[in-house]
Design a protein around this ligand. Structure first.
Ligand SMILES: [Zn+2]
Length: 126
């Protein structure tokens, strides 16, 4: 299996419900996102996929979140906009685009700070 990974970032505010401490107050992060797509085979150019394509997809997905108050994004209405749930959300959006191109998302990592990250790898990967 080949994995190709791109890195992107976006800025957003959130407040986390019911976890106690200062995370419940509105605050912001410069989230750094790593998205890995995977394929067991390479295309005719010897690539999993052109990095630019994955970056374009990511820019579409992250553009919806950039400079937003994540608690107001519909997908997070019933969920805490934690790094875990952000990773899950991005994974789902990216998987739709990847599947249409015949590849899959292997993992999405959300760096909430330079020393704290969460990775989501989906539920049904083999
Ligand atoms: Zn936070």
């Amino acid at each position: 299996m080949y994995e190709a990974t791109i890195r992107r970032s976006f800025s957003a505010a959130h407040s986390l419900r019911e976890i106690g401490g200062k995370c419940e107050k509105l605050h912001g992060h410069n989230f750094v996102i790593e998205i890995s797509v995977a394929s067991p085979t390479l295309n005719g150019e010897g690539l999993v996929i052109d990095f630019r394509t994955v970056k374009n997809w990511a820019d579409q997905v992250l553009g919806e979140l950039d400079h937003s108050h994540l608690n107001d994004v519909p997908w997070f209405r019933d969920k805490n906009p934690s790094a875990e749930n952000i990773a899950h959300y991005i994974f789902g959006c990216m998987e739709e685009k990847a599947a249409a191109a015949g590849i899959h998302v292997a993992r999405v990592t959300v760096w909430e700070s330079e020393s704290a990250k969460v990775t989501y790898t989906g539920t049904d990967h083999a």
